[in-house]
Design a protein around this ligand. Sequence first.
Ligand code: FHN
Length: 471
Amino acid sequence: MTNLSRKWTVGFGLAALIWAGVAPGWVRAEAQRENVAERDARMQWWREARFGMFVHWGLYSGLAGTWEGKPVGTRGGMEWIQERVKADTDTYARAAIPLFKPEPGFAREWAALAKAAGCKYVVFTTKHHEGFALHDSKVSEYDAGTVLHRDLVKEIVESLKAEGLRVGFYHSVIDWHHDQYEYQKSQQLPHPLKGKPYPNGTRDHVRYLEYLHAQVKELVTAYPVDVMWWDYSALDFQGDAAWRATDLMKLTRAARPGIIMNNRLYRSPEAGWGSMATEGYLPRLDTAYGDFITPEQHIPDTGMPGVDWETCMTLNTTWGYSDHDHAWKTDETLIRNLVDIASKGGNYLLNIGPKGDGSVPPESVKAMRAIGAWMQVNGESIYGTTASPFEKPAWGRCTQKRLASGKSRLYLHVFDWPKDGKLAVKAPFEVTGARLLATGKKLEIAQESGLVTVTLPPAAPDPVVSVVSLE
Ligand code: FHN
């Protein structure tokens, strides 16, 4: 048999095995590994969306940053309150469960707010580190089904879908409730009992992973989920050793083939991580470890060409609701963050922390609505755009969009309205016209050796960010 005919025979044989569904995993995986065009198609809605709402909501929300009648703190994540007060899971549950009383219709309020803000997707906590599941789980009694006789995940998903929003699950692999979770395996991951011996003697992390995988399988099978937002791993505890990550991603993708997943089942350079710091992200990602990297509370100084990324951020300084955190970011900061991120080709996942009854703090409602009012007028300069073709200009930021006609459009986001009414920009293409996006008013342009100067009206149409579009 010649070399060529041998190759044909092996190739044909493998193809037959794949077709019959009996090929070994590595063959199926390779054969099914998507190509760039398939991946771009899967990522397209997420890249065009640019703006999503994060929701942190669980038993911690009812405690609201207070423990035994005293404020635990005024800054930092109060979704960590169990760890901050070092409460074992039974003590914590006894204090927290009576305060977690979701009103009917809470989810419709969230979905309406996300829509009003101009968000295209919502990622909400199905289980945070405390271990309490918001769905009606068959593998746990520490869940909304057992405690409240409700499936809160179902209520939220239905409300989001009714508003035409994409659905994301934030799921914590860290678990402070499960009695087989071996917290001693990591020096870097938090746990309320860290440094203490296991209360029930020995633990078997394998049994925790069986539980983790079973609960994830419940979630991704029962609900139409578009994004899986895993959280989080450490340099000393990550991937297959910590979570059987390959299997977890495989079962998730098998249930939802088009799903998009973040990089937090891993913490390594290949997965876009350079350290344990939340700003310790790298502009690189092997997509075997996730689809996008996740800078937290930070906006990368420069874009990340060729890498999908999303900055997640709080409106004040806590992800879960706190009565004591009043450090709210201004509307100007939030809108300019959104523009800055889009100008670098990233997504903005902005967090709300509803209270124990599901209601959204008024300060959060006001902020999200302010962003929505700006997006109502200027959204086309964010949605479906790509990163600026040049370094950020002194007067603001820039995004670009390829039009169906094949032409390009530049959106100039002016933070500081020039006093002389002249806006200069190096256009990467021949400019045929300029408009004020807010009013559609045509603007005078002058071009000389690639430099375009736009004559602006004396007053900026928007005090925070005004947009000029260049055709
Ligand atoms: O520990 C969590 C924290 O509570 C919050 O959920 C953030 C959101 O990205 N993730 C972890 C910290 O990086």
